[in-house]
Ligand binder design. Structure first.
Ligand code: NAD
Length: 498
């Protein structure tokens, strides 16, 4: 049975102004799961107006940070009770194996707790203005933030943006991905159950080219925060730029995994396998280019290919399943097309490279975990983000060559370095034009740790104090503490502003 879901504006569930809806499907079976109201430009406008009214009357931003933190902590506790339910809902919509969704979602209460604590401990400053004045600088919230989120970690990415935005006292309008909107919608209800006033968080699902476009063009926003593909980010940032709205953008990637001769081979292979195929390769920090120092290349690649062949594809709700389907037919076809083009351009598929035919795999959008060798910078696959279970392996000679190959990308989101030599890890990291660098690890995240890409991977960062600062701005209060008479136009000499 297909469940119906509505928009949530000003604390109310409402239908779209034109009554339109769209379907959310299970990518493992193609079955329709939800019929969701499709927000129009008029609905976006209503949501921004509701968020603005909530901001202007101070029902949230003017309460003490400790009260805001208490509400967020209550929401964290409510969320912790619903992890299993939400993990299943996410798996049904996006096909990511349940074991992975559980592992991811159980971390999410930490974001509410962390940013609640940051809101309470953030202090202003008092620059020394000189003897005649006292200057107090407070960090104040921005206003209404528009949050546009992708499908690949529907709740995690909504949480990363929402937690900091509301902890800082802003109001928001969320446009979740049309492929996985339901759990972000549940989160909004949960926040209100925890005591967040109506109107502070509004959610308007719909397609990117209609609902997302309307939100990104809305002049009533004080900030736009998008996670998505690089081309989407460019369109959205251009829309926001027309109204001088600041943008945070977390965009695409093609992360290199650099494995040196002195690495622990078993750990490096396990790390590369995780980097490559967690979430069926559909993560922005996917280890999509596994670069191995030449003397170890055969050994590492042989082991990686062997372990890739052993990965178990299947029903994402089965706890034995390691790799699920891709999120949609279009995404599966994109992966298949990228591999075919690489083959035609002269690359060699070491394993995978086909749509699997085993039992239980015929209904969904499955694609075999694929390792491709012989890919050069002349071929599309070296540079393009596939966003699926397709990786490139290539050799490098030394540290300088590793850094040059790693940086040879339009993206600069993430990388990992595998070595037992600490000095080497530090030297190599200094050369990387990349925002997040792990050493002997990959894809680790914490609410306190900045997450943001260089180059075409984005603008600004999520998590940590930088993100909190980006959701606030300084307001400078300058108080005259002098008892001297002041009359600018009656003064002839010694004119001075301060
Ligand atoms: P996408 O760009 O297709 O969509 C992202 C969001 O933007 C969705 O809500 C979509 O509806 C909306 N959108 C699409 N076109 C729009 C338009 N013209 N105007 C306004 N809104 C529009 O991305 P996706 O397929 O949902 O997610 C995958 C992409 O996201 C990958 O490129 C991945 O690397 C990136 N990503 C980046 C990070 C990061 O932290 N850097 C994290 C996750 C995903």
């Amino acid at each position: 049975m297909v469940e119906q879901r509505l928009l949530h504006i000003d604390g109310q569930d409402v239908a779209a102004s034109d009554g339109a809806t769209f379907l959310v499907r299970n990518p493992a079976t193609g079955e329709a799961l939800y019929e969701v109201a499709h927000g129009t430009a008029e609905d976006v406008d209503r949501a921004v107006a509701a968020a603005r009214a909530a901001f202007d009357d101070g029902r949230w931003r003017h309460i003490a940070p400790r009260e805001r933190a208490r509400t967020l902590n209550r929401a964290a506790a409510l969320l912790a009770e619903r992890i299993e339910e939400f993990a299943r809902m996410e798996t049904l919509q996006i096909g990511r194996p349940l074991r992975e969704m559980r592992a991811q979602l159980k971390r999410l209460p930490e974001w509410l707790e962390y940013f609640g604590a940051v809101a309470q401990t953030t202090e202003g400053s008092s620059p020394d203005f000189g003897a005649g004045h006292l200057n107090v600088v407070r960090r104040v919230p921005l206003g209404v933030a528009g949050l546009i989120t992708p499908w690949n970690h529907p709740l995690l990415i909504t949480m990363k943006k929402l937690s900091v935005a509301v902890a800082a006292g802003n109001s928001v309008v969320i446009k979740p991905s049309e492929l996985g909107p339901i759990v972000p919608m549940e989160l909004v209800l949960l926040l209100e159950e925890a005591g967040l006033p109506a109107g502070v968080v509004n959610i308007v699902p719909g397609l990117g080219r209609t609902t997302g476009k309307a939100l990104s063009e809305h002049p009533g926003l004080a900030k736009l925060d998008i996670t998505g593909g690089t081309e989407t980010g460019k369109v959205i940032a251009a829309n926001a730029g027309r109204s001088l709205i600041p943008v945070t953008a977390e965009l695409g990637g093609k992360a290199p995994v650099l494995i040196f001769d002195d690495a622990d081979t078993d750990q490096a292979v396990a790390g590369a396998l995780f980097a490559a195929f967690v979430a069926t390769g559909q993560t922005c920090v996917q280890g999509a280019r596994i670069l191995v120092q030449r003397d170890s290349y055969e050994r590492v690649v042989t082991a990686l290919v062997e372990r890739t062949r052993q990965l178990k594809l299947g029903d994402p709700l089965d706890s034995q399943t390691q790799v699920g389907p891709l999120v949609s037919e279009a995404q599966r076809d994109k992966a298949a097309d990228a591999v075919e083009r690489a083959r035609k351009q002269g690359a060699t598929v070491l394993t995978g490279g086909a749509v699997p035919t085993g039992a239980g795999l015929s209904q969904g959008w499955f694609y075999e975990p694929t390792v491709v060798a012989g890919v050069t910078p002349e071929m599309d696959l070296w540079y393009e983000e596939v966003f699926g279970p397709v990786i490139v392996v290539a050799p490098f000679d030394d540290e300088a060559d590793a850094v040059a190959q790693a940086n040879d990308s339009p993206f600069g989101l993430a990388a990992s370095i595998w070595t037992q030599n600490v000095g080497r890890a530090v030297r190599v990291s200094r050369g990387l034009d990349i925002g997040i660098v792990w050493v002997n690890d990959h894809h680790r995240i914490d609410p306190s740790s900045p997450w943001g890409g260089f180059k075409e991977s984005g603008i600004g960062s999520e998590n940590g104090l930088d993100a909190f600062h980006a959701y606030t701005r300084p307001q400078s209060l300058i108080i005259n503490s002098s008892d001297a008479e002041f009359d600018w136009f009656a003064t002839v000499e010694d004119l001075r502003y301060s």
